[in-house]
Write a protein that binds this ligand. Structure first.
Ligand SMILES: NC(=O)c1ccc[n+]([C@@H]2O[C@H](COP(=O)([O-])OP(=O)(O)OC[C@H]3O[C@@H](n4cnc5c(N)ncnc54)[C@H](OP(=O)(O)O)[C@@H]3O)[C@@H](O)[C@H]2O)c1
Length: 344
């Protein structure tokens, strides 16, 4: 370790083993103290100010996510904070002292922690005016919604179908699609979520438990010419949506909230109506962008946050030690907004 790097102790939420049951997984988590790992050349050390619990974090601690860390592991893929140490690379060194958002799925740490080593290229330098709560949830969902609306535009779909519409990605898709002149058909799972979306000025809202849901979805999809769908749920919902879409449509699966394999896929629609299913992953979208192009999108999105066009709903913040209470509150009502862990 270079002499100018001081040893720092960190406080972490630690996962001893993956547990399929979410309650058991939560109960198994522990608060631990440890020395921060020595930084690699390309890394920076972030003092975490705030980190959300996202659906991917819940899937991760249950062992149901595509990323597995070496156990015991620190959960949390995103957050925000100040850079307090840097590795020796030019990119890392240039970030000393900066306030950043980050998204990191590396084995080297997790955001549910007072400190995390992150590759410098996984940090987004923030405008000084960005509120901390918004910064904590900036690195994933806004870019995901941006990329999916861009994809819808590139495929010349006139409208987008989406489920989990009362969540944060769902909200951002409505706003960004409206700016792009596209309609959105919003599917929610609870009846009360209809009013929630109406209050935000969103339209074409369907309740998935409505007995006429398949017909209503089919009518809207065909009249609005919605040939693209973003599905965060999976299970039989994927088949129902694909079946309701016009000929030549594509459903992009980007989440698996139902926790089940896809079903009810209408075989004849796939064979004779050129309907297809594909996957969307923000990480892959980001990887093919040049750093200049990513920076342009980041600036554009930060401006939308700063002028209030985009805003992540935050329902509560808790000290790191109260992780169990925090995550239980989030699980009970995800549409109420994100729950933040504050390690400071
Ligand atoms: N592929 C990618 O690159 C990528 C990137 C970002 C996010 N995502 C995915 O996008 C999805 C939404 O994320 P988010 O951050 O917007 O979530 P969020 O704000 O936490 O909201 C989740 C929403 O999904 C609803 N929901 C939960 N379980 C459901 C189920 N089984 N069936 C139908 N609806 C359900 C919730 O409704 P309740 O209030 O009723 O619980 C809530 O409206 C997640 O699956 C996440 O993993 C994927």
């Amino acid at each position: 370790m270079p002499s100018f790097m001081q040893k720092i102790n960190m406080k972490t939420v630690t996962l001893p083993a993956y547990q399929g049951n979410i309650i058991r997984a939560l109960r198994s988590l522990e608060i631990k103290e440890a020395e921060v790992p020595q930084l690699l050349d390309h890394e920076v050390l972030i003092e975490v100010a705030a980190a959300p619990a996202n659906p991917s974090d819940l899937a991760f601690i249950q062992g149901g996510y595509n990323v597995k860390k070496t156990l015991p592991a620190i959960p949390g893929f995103e957050g925000c904070g100040r850079i307090v140490q840097t590795g020796s690379s030019d990119l890392a060194g240039g970030l000393q002292g900066k306030f950043v958002s980050f998204f990191s799925q590396s084995d080297r740490g997790g955001s549910w922690s007072s400190h995390i080593p992150v590759s410098a290229s996984d940090c987004i330098i923030l405008d000084k005016a960005m509120p901390l709560e918004q910064a904590a949830c900036f690195a994933v969902n806004p870019f995901t919604a941006y990329a999916m609306v861009e994809l819808a535009e590139n495929t010349n779909s006139k409208a987008i179908i989406q489920n989990a519409a009362a969540g944060q990605v769902g909200k951002f898709i409505n706003i960004l699609a409206d700016q792009a002149g596209m309609k959105v058909i919003n599917i929610v799972r609870k009846e009360e979520q209809i009013e929630l979306l109406q209050k935000s000025g969103f339209t074409n809202i369907l309740w998935s438990q409505d007995e006429n849901f398949p017909d209503k979805l089919g009518n809207l999809a065909n009249s609005l010419e919605a040939t693209i769908a973003f599905d965060a749920v999976g299970g039989e919902m994927s088949g129902h949506i694909l079946g309701a879409m016009p000929e030549g449509s594509t459903l992009y699966l980007y989440g698996a909230l139902a926790g089940r394999t896809l079903s009810e896929i209408p075989a004849s629609d796939v064979i004779f109506k050129k309907k297809s299913i594909s996957g969307f992953n923000m990480n892959e979208w980001k990887e093919v962008l040049s750093s200049d192009d990513f920076e342009k999108v980041s600036q554009q999105l930060q401006e939308l946050f700063l002028d209030g066009t985009l805003k992540t709903d935050i329902q509560a913040s808790f000290p790191l030690e109260e992780y169990e209470k925090a995550i239980m509150q989030y699980i009970r009502a995800m549409s109420g907004g994100k729950v933040l862990l504050l390690p400071g």
